[in-house]
Write a protein that binds this ligand. Structure first.
Ligand SMILES: Nc1ncnc2c1ncn2[C@@H]1O[C@H](COP(=O)(O)OP(=O)(O)OP(=O)(O)O)[C@@H](O)[C@H]1O
Ligand SMILES: [Mg+2]
Length: 348
């Protein structure tokens, strides 16, 4: 017997209770009327009540059982057949693949946006730096010209002085434009490294000769660490390596102290030479060291401008060394001096 509706159940229970109670009452009264004893009447009453209880319990049990069965049935129906299951697995893996593709695509777009933002920030910073660097010599030249037009041109004592100053500013602009051109070509890969075998010792001596006068102005001595008595053959672009050495020695002189020295050493390291350019100048604060190879980075902008720097020299140096697949390092202590060292491959 299965009873599914609570109203039906309630009616049935009520009828059963009614029947049994009235049956029990009728039976008890009948028994008492035929002068049965009280104990038997009580026993009959308990018996009928127990039967009523068992019946009600049975009906409720049936009701609960029917409900639980219904729940089981629903759960069972939720389970899928093997075909449906396979179909669902296939659809789920398709969805997962699409999800993965979409997130990969989103990641790529994010990277592109990040790179574009970085490039845009770099472009803005670069233009800002260039215009800033050009502004100083341009305004200087304008100032000299205006002074000359104001009458200084007719004064033989000062007209030459102003023209010389204007010429120095033009030199500075030319150097800046040339440096930017070199950097641009190195970065875009237009300027390739033409490797050949050459004697780096001779290049060092040439650089010393070229910068002798500049060093002399500050009574700085340019010297080699040792009396090298044989050629030091390396593999690389001689013109570019000369540029590296010239930039490092110019810096050592520019940021060196009066009556100081610049010392270049060559160290044998298996298949490489390590070239060191050391000075006993003002040195570089520790916090600035990681940034000095960045374009336009200068430790002390005003100090650097006095000696005509725009912060491109070391960026060029780094690019050239990188293009040779070699490394460059710097050790420096503020107020004590700096040592720049880079490697070069030995010629075979
Ligand atoms: N030997 C050195 N001693 C002390 N400071 C140095 C030395 N070499 C470089 N620096 C610091 O590093 C900065 C960057 O050098 P970098 O050669 O790139 O630029 P610059 O000399 O200022 O200008 P540029 O070389 O373009 O004319 C310099 O401004 C200077 O502050
Ligand atoms: Mg420099």
């Amino acid at each position: 017997m299965r009873i599914e509706k609570p109203e039906v159940l309630a009616t049935l229970v009520a009828i059963a209770l009614g029947l049994l109670t009235s049956g029990g009452y009728w039976l008890g009264t009948a028994i008492l009327s035929i002068e049965f004893n009280y104990v038997l009447a009580l026993a009959l009453l308990i018996g009928v009540t127990s039967l009523t209880f068992i019946f009600v319990r049975f009906v409720i049990q049936q009701f609960i059982y029917a409900k639980v069965k219904l729940i089981y049935k629903n759960i069972h129906e939720l389970k899928l057949g093997s075909d449906e299951e396979e179909d669902l697995i296939a659809r789920t893996s398709d969805l997962r693949m699409v999800e993965r593709e979409v997130s990969e695509w989103a990641e790529e777009r994010n990277t592109e946006i990040r790179e574009l933002k970085e490039r845009e920030a770099f472009r803005r910073e670069f233009i800002g730096n260039v215009s800033h660097e050009l502004k100083t010599p341009i305004f200087n030249i304008q100032g000299y010209i205006l002074t000359l037009l104001d009458g200084a041109l007719d004064d033989p004592k000062i007209n030459k002085k102003y023209l010389n100053r204007a010429n120095r500013s033009v030199d500075r602009m030319i150097a800046l434009v040339q440096d930017m051109d070199v950097l641009n070509k190195l970065e875009s890969g237009v300027m390739d490294v033409r490797k050949q075998q050459f004697d780096v010792l001779k290049t060092i001596r040439d650089v010393f000769e070229m910068l002798e006068d500049k060093a002399e102005e500050k009574s700085i001595k340019l010297k080699l660490k040792k009396d090298y008595d044989r050629p030091m053959k390396v593999e690389g672009d001689p013109h570019r390596i000369e540029q590296v050495l010239a930039n490092l020695v110019v810096n050592a002189v520019k940021y060196g102290k009066e009556k100081g020295y610049v010392e270049v050493g060559i160290f044998d390291m298996d298949d490489k030479f390590l070239i060191e350019v050391a000075d006993n100048g003002m040195g570089i604060p520790e916090t600035d060291i990681p940034r000095i190879f960045e374009r336009f980075y200068r430790v002390d902008k005003s100090r650097s401008r006095d000696v005509g720097g725009s912060g491109l020299g070391l960026a060029i140096v780094k690019h050239i060394v990188d293009a040779h697949k070699q490394t460059i390092n710097v050790r420096s202590t503020s107020g004590v001096g700096s040592t720049f060292s880079f490697t070069l491959k030995k010629a075979k």
